[in-house]
Design a protein around this ligand. Structure first.
Ligand code: CTP
Ligand code: MN
Ligand code: MN
Ligand code: MN
Length: 376
């Protein structure tokens, strides 16, 4: 935990990428309330309100101590009237009537349930809500409405809605590495996402794969998934090949800084046997139904060429808010465009290379923030 002397709230910088944000902080009751309002705003398509509440919550996560008096909010960046009012309510009554009303509403509860399903975003959840659907049973009675991904999401809902623990992420890493090395010796598999930020549990496991020789990594995922499939470990997978053609296209890609990246990737549900020795894929028809012998886990694989690896690593480590703030800082303060492929200066028409995350922070004139301090 940060010490009290480390950050003077009066001098807290405005962008999350300029701050140290540890996983464990001192203002959980406030951040939970503000995150609920952010989430609810997102359910209504209010992106602006979502970001305002999220920014306020993120500031509180970076504070060296707890807020005990509303006067401490004065001078904090990103703290508007609404967020201040919520904190004040919590300080005075220990509970916020607005937050409680949201949490108890049928709309919020249903949207939360639906968007928790793998493959279901706000748009789809909202459509189903307006059609009168409310429960998983309602959806199961309307299977024609579901695509393959959503159908898998509902089939494995129980497993996927329970946390993935760090030791389970490590076990999956060993399985993935084994397959990757068999297909491409010398390749590396790096744990990214929340686990790289030091989280002990997550909603999925994220891996970034590369190879020291540029180009060797191309086309890796289909072979890896084929191998895992032959081991009976794949419950669902959707692979996309990369769609950057050459370096010109990469520059184009960097300049479209809001678009999803163009790396070869796979969104999957893998089967994690409880103990490797108790699993005999050749013995039965395979783990189509989750049993007590293991569990279904969401796994994301991304493959980056070594020349873009640092950008991919920075982009896939998160948090999502930290990433959003990095890009906003680059654009507004440095007139540069950052994404998971590179850093581009449109006026100078130049891409800045980076061999490490540290290089990228240096290009941006930012102090290096370690992954464990990116929990913005
Ligand atoms: N990400 C991305 N494009 C996507 C999905 C995710 O660039 N289509 C990035 C996010 O910005 C984030 C990282 O991948 O930086 C990990 O995303 P995710 O797995 O959703 O979140 P985590 O931070 O890992 O948290 P959790 O424990 O809930 O998985
Ligand atoms: Mn710190
Ligand atoms: Mn993740
Ligand atoms: Mn993920």
């Amino acid at each position: 935990l940060p010490t009290r002397s480390q950050v003077d709230p009066g001098s807290l910088p405005a962008y999350a990428c300029q701050r140290h944000t540890p996983l464990n902080h001192h203002n959980l009751c406030f951040t939970e309330a503000l995150e609920t309002l952010a989430e609810a705003a997102g359910f209504e398509g209010s992106q602006g309100r979502l970001i305002s509440f999220r920014r306020a919550a993120s500031v509180l996560r970076a504070l060296p101590g707890p807020i005990t008096n509303v006067s401490q909010l004065r001078g904090l960046p990103c703290f508007g009237d609404h967020s201040s009012r919520i904190v004040q309510e919590l300080l005075e009554h220990g509970i916020s009537s607005e937050v409680e009303r949201v949490k108890q509403s049928e709309r919020y509860q249903t949207m939360k349930l639906f968007t928790q399903i793998f493959g279901v975003g706000v748009k789809t959840a909202d459509k189903w809500y307006r059609e009168g659907l409310r429960t998983l049973e309602d959806l199961q009675g309307q299977t024609r409405k579901l695509n393959r991904q959503q159908e898998a999401g509902i089939r494995h809902f129980e497993d996927l809605s329970s946390s993935v623990w760090r030791h389970e992420a490590d076990a999956i890493q060993r399985v993935v590495e084994e397959a990757v090395w068999q297909v491409l010796p010398g390749a590396s598999v790096t744990l990214t996402g929340g686990f790289r930020r030091g989280k002990l549990q997550g909603h999925d496991v994220d891996f970034l794969i590369t190879h020291p020789v540029e180009g060797q990594e191309a086309g890796l995922i289909p072979k890896v998934m084929g191998l895992l499939e032959s081991q009976g470990l794949v419950l669902y997978q959707h692979t996309q090949s990369n769609h950057y053609q050459d370096f010109k296209d990469l520059e184009h890609k960097v300049s479209q800084s809001t678009a999803i990246d163009a790396y070869e990737r796979c969104f999957s549900i893998l089967w994690l046997p409880k103990s490797p020795t108790s699993f005999h894929p050749e013995a039965g028809e395979g783990p189509k139904e989750p049993s007590r012998d293991g569990k279904a886990v969401r796994v994301d694989l991304v493959v980056a060429p070594i020349s873009q690896f640092a950008f991919a690593l920075l982009g896939w480590t998160g948090s999502q808010h930290f990433e959003r703030e990095l890009r906003r800082f680059s654009r507004a303060e440095k007139q540069m465009l950052l994404n998971s492929h590179g850093l581009y200066h449109p006026e100078k028409k130049e891409s800045l290379p980076a061999a490490s995350e540290e290089d990228i922070f240096t290009h941006l004139g930012l102090e290096y923030i370690a992954p464990e301090q990116r929990n913005a």
